[in-house]
Ligand binder design. Structure first.
Ligand SMILES: [Zn+2]
Length: 190
């Protein structure tokens, strides 16, 4: 399948403007198709990204550190694959290192890379957890994403303030009740 050009994308946006009931040739809208097409390149940059790559650079000298590492409140901007509407929220990631740790900015980049695609939040949560498990090979991983779906809050059932909070726990964070509780209470701690 040949990738559509910028002109193809702009023509599609023009069609959507007309479909919505407006005139794509009026002054305020004249440059909108090109702006929308360019913003799509940025918002869906995840298709050009390999988030697993960010996890390759690790620090092995951790001095035997084997306690839970938790990074909270990583901003998530994603798009639901059913309506192409924004899913905005926060991700919380924890892992139990086995010999190696990764810089916290790299975890944020992994979230960014996987987020900027069309998907469902459950898959996003699982993709992040599995990438960390596969590349970093920690003793366990936990990922929780709290997010508001515009398709729920702006349209359809119109439920303002409803959030979805899927989690994916792997390895020691899933199996060891104390570690699981420690991770979940750190995440819930606001
Ligand atoms: Zn949706």
């Amino acid at each position: 399948m040949a990738k559509p050009t910028q002109a193809d994308a702009e023509a599609a946006v023009r069609t959507l403007i007309e479909w919505a009931g407006d005139d794509p040739d009026r002054e305020g809208l004249i440059d909108t198709p090109s702006r929308v097409a360019r913003s799509y390149r940025e918002l869906f940059v995840g298709y050009e990204d390999d988030p697993r790559g960010y996890l390759q650079r690790t620090f092995a000298e951790v001095g035997g550190y084997d306690e839970l590492v938790v990074l909270k409140n990583i901003r998530v901007v994603s798009f639901c694959e059913h309506h192409m509407l924004p899913v905005i929220g926060r991700a919380h990631i924890g892992y139990l290192p086995r010999n190696r740790v990764v810089g916290i900015s790299k975890l944020a980049r992994v979230v960014h890379g996987f987020s900027r695609r069309l998907q469902i939040q459950e898959k996003l949560t699982a993709d992040i957890a599995e990438a960390i498990q596969d590349v970093l090979e920690p003793q366990g991983v936990g990922v929780v994403i709290e997010a508001e779906h515009s398709c729920m809050t702006l349209r359809g059932v119109n439920m303002p303030d409803s959030t979805l909070t899927p989690s994916r726990l792997l390895g020691g964070i899933r199996e060891d009740a104390r570690t699981r509780e420690e991770f979940l209470s750190l995440v819930r701690g606001g």
